[in-house]
Design a protein. Structure first.
Length: 458
């Protein structure tokens, strides 16, 4: 008999969570103005809002917490992280930051100016927010297959090289300070980028003398997909694949709250020492000294250990296997999801789930609200609300994908929780035709509105 799969860890500590009633959840979501970010965490049974900073750290990471060096400058915890960045990512220079959007702030402060253009593959919310805040423009060059959830393509996160070259050709290189390649591509459904696409994108950028940077929040999950899906990589280790990935780029930003399996932290990496020196000014201004970047020494140590653990195959097989488990459960119930399943989350196609609800009524947010009411499961909208308004017209932007993301924290939930989530979503799917109207915005911020907006039912 073939031995069944088992997680490559055992549970040492548990946190109790409370079940709530349907009536309680209806009241709580109404008081939160139908914005799941406004809910108290105690009101949530299974929290799939994000996989960012919500991970369970290992015993070895907790050991780093206990032995962290809290010196203001030159702490040994910093040098431990520096060594791992060089060893695992092959990047000679880096700056620590307190999280990913801080890394973007530091890099873009050094590189971007008004009127610039930043091509990439479906920039995520904070990336696009930082670009547009500086009156620059993000241009999406993702392949078309990414926007059809029914199409099976192994690397839906790929950049369309023709689209990218069109942007590079039609603008002076002075207006394009960098190209950003997000691995994996969150906005497209946690979809990976192939090594071939990374290499060819890098070659195109070099030809036009434009730097290429990774948004590397989920770099290890991307490496896993290269190993299991791309020809020529099945015999390579995850660490070998990661080194090859990063060898093609000029630098990276990273929210280390994802694939460094930590609760806080980020970084900016550079191949060019002069650019690192330029960015250092903003790191000191916004984040703190160069060797701590807004983090405690203990957090730097936990990040160093997390980078090592996240680039092991057994861990990734377990982590991504759980995402696929939930995806298969949803698919078996007829729930329309982005296929193939991504690395960190299952993405439900809200337009196919609620074909009778117009996108102008925030279909994916409606689905998130209904799933919470049904079972106390908190997901997040990746759609029209997250896309924000067009900065020139002030009108809603309607993305091709209107998704509910169910992001699974690392090493936190069991497959019983996935069964529960699929069942709750299945119950909403069964009664979907009885839900006649969506939502409207009553209050919103001028940028990154989805975090703090208030809505009402129509």
């Amino acid at each position: 008999m073939k031995l069944p799969y088992a997680e490559p860890y055992r549970i040492k500590t548990v946190e109790m969570i409370r079940r709530s009633t349907t009536d309680e959840r209806k009241r709580w979501i109404r008081e939160a103005r139908y914005n799941l970010f406004n809910l108290k965490s105690d009101y949530v049974f299974i929290d799939l809002l994000t996989d960012s900073g919500t991970n369970a750290m290992s015993d070895r990471q907790w050991a780093e917490i206990m032995t962290g060096d809290e010196s203001y400058a030159g702490a040994r915890s910093y040098y431990k992280l520096k060594e791992r960045v060089e060893e695992i990512l092959g990047m000679p220079y880096f700056l620590p930051t307190h999280q990913g959007r801080a890394a973007e702030n530091v890099l873009f402060s050094a590189l971007l100016k008004e009127g610039d253009i930043v091509p990439g593959n479906a920039h995520f919310d904070t990336t696009k927010g930082h670009i547009e805040f500086r009156k620059a423009r993000a241009v999406d060059c993702t392949i078309d297959e990414a926007f059809d959830t029914t199409v099976s393509h192994p690397f839906k996160g790929n950049i369309d090289l023709e689209k990218l070259e069109t942007v590079l050709k039609s603008n002076s290189t002075e207006k394009i300070p960098l190209v950003i390649l997000t691995v994996t591509c969150n906005s497209a459904g946690g979809q990976p980028v192939s090594m071939r696409n990374i290499r060819e994108t890098a070659e195109l950028c070099r030809r036009y003398k434009v730097p290429l940077f990774f948004d590397a929040a989920r770099f290890a999950e991307n490496a896993y997909f290269i190993k299991v899906r791309e020809e020529g990589y099945s015999s390579k280790s995850i660490k070998e694949i990661v080194r090859e990935m990063f060898s093609h780029v000029d630098g990276f930003t990273m929210s280390a709250k994802k694939d460094a399996i930590a609760n806080i932290g980020g970084m900016v990496g550079f191949r060019d020492e002069e650019l690192k020196k330029k960015a250092s000014v903003f790191n000191i201004m916004f984040e703190g000294y160069l060797t701590y970047g807004g983090l405690a020494g203990r957090d730097l140590g936990a990040l160093a250990q997390g980078l090592d653990e996240s680039t092991e195959f057994d861990y990734l097989e377990s982590r991504i296997g759980q995402v696929a488990y939930l995806g298969e459960k949803c698919k078996a119930l007829g729930i329309p999801v982005q296929e193939p399943f991504g690395g960190h989350a299952v993405f439900v196609d809200a337009k196919r789930f609620f074909p009778h609800i117009p996108q102008a009524e925030y279909t994916a947010q409606l689905l998130a609200v209904e799933l919470y009411i049904e079972g106390g499961v908190r997901g997040v909208e990746i759609g029209t609300l997250l896309a924000d308004r067009d900065p020139e017209t002030g009108k809603d932007r309607y993305p091709k994908l209107e998704l509910l993301r169910l992001a699974i924290p690392r090493r936190v939930y069991t497959n019983n929780h996935m069964d529960y989530t699929a069942a709750a979503l299945g119950n909403v799917f069964e009664r979907r035709e009885s839900i006649k109207n969506g939502l409207k915005i009553v209050k919103e911020a001028p940028i990154l509105r989805h975090f703090t907006m208030e809505l009402e039912r129509l």
